[in-house]
Design a protein. Structure first.
Lengths: 234, 59
């Protein structure tokens, strides 16, 4: 039953993500041509921002799961940790990839090593990569889980740091266009609608993925146990 | 036009990435579930025995 709900969320999220793509391409208004070097590439924004939002949800799940395992030894916490790391890696890569493509079109370079936002977000994605690859290469055990949970806990420091980066040090990455807290927002109504559809779709999609990933971890644990029973001939 | 080329490359890359990721996750889940059902049915293990590491810690 839980598996079916996860699949339904995943399917709905996927459809929404594709709808966002279509709307961003075909329906959303163009930006002022003199405001950007590459106005067409700006449309990547309708995927880039929701993907970053979904990545932050995943990193929050990673943090909560790490804390639940580390302090409570909760099996649910470990499954959340694993799911958060995998989802954070996927959404982080989508965000970094779309940002690099936009940067290449708009700035003439895909990456700027002096920009704080780019580098803190890149580090977060690398942290998720480390956690996913590390878990796959290490035998499951308390020490392994404690080590990775510690990284999950301390790595989360980068999230608020990334969030405030463009407010405090706006170097190359654009500042916030919504929720800026002043009149810095520059989204028209139609643009905001597409962005909202994108944010809702990516949220459903990432929740579906997190639920599926938690389910897979649970199944893997059950399979491991069953294999141990087989090995000892019980 | 150059902007549209970048946009197309980016979208195609992401669509492929998202589709492959989702397909892999759903398939992995179904494959493990099928294996597990077969193994558990043959040896009579219950789902509550699942996370041995957490269980060990709780004891």
């Amino acid at each position: 039953m839980a598996g079916r709900s996860a699949e339904a969320l995943l399917g709905a999220g996927f459809l929404g993500v594709m709808t966002t793509l279509y709307l961003g391409f075909q329906w959303a208004p163009s930006v002022a041509i003199d405001a950007f070097e590459s106005p067409a590439a700006q449309r990547i924004f309708y995927w880039h921002v929701p993907a970053a939002w979904a990545a932050f949800i995943a990193f929050a799940v990673l943090f909560a799961g790490s804390a639940m395992w580390f302090f409570k030894r909760s099996p649910l916490g470990w499954r959340l940790h694993v799911a958060g790391a995998e989802a954070g890696l996927a959404c982080g890569l989508i965000t970094v990839w779309s940002g690099c493509v936009w940067g290449a079109a708009e700035w003439g370079t895909p990456w700027d090593w002096t920009d704080v936002r780019l580098n803190t977000f890149g580090l977060l994605t690398l942290l998720a990569l480390f956690l996913v690859l590390g878990r796959q290469s290490q035998p499951d055990g308390v020490e392994t889980r404690d080590t990775f949970s510690t990284f999950g806990l301390y790595g989360f420091v980068l999230v608020p740091f990334t969030y405030i980066a463009t407010r405090v040090w706006e170097i190359r990455h654009p500042g916030p266009v919504i929720g800026a807290g002043d009149d810095g927002g520059s989204l028209s109504g139609d643009m905001a609608i597409v962005l909202l559809i994108g944010a809702v779709s990516f949220t459903l999609f990432i929740i579906g993925h997190i639920l599926m990933s938690m389910r897979i971890t649970g199944l893997e644990q059950r399979l491991e146990q069953a294999q141990k029973h087989l090995d000892v001939g019980e | 036009m150059e902007g549209m080329t970048y946009l197309t490359v980016a979208y195609l890359g992401m669509i492929a990435g998202i589709a492959i990721w989702t397909w892999t996750v759903v398939n992995r889940s179904k494959a493990i579930e099928a294996r597990l059902e077969a193994v558990e049915a043959s040896i009579g293990v219950v789902a509550s025995d699942a996370d041995a590491v957490a269980k060990e810690q709780a004891e």
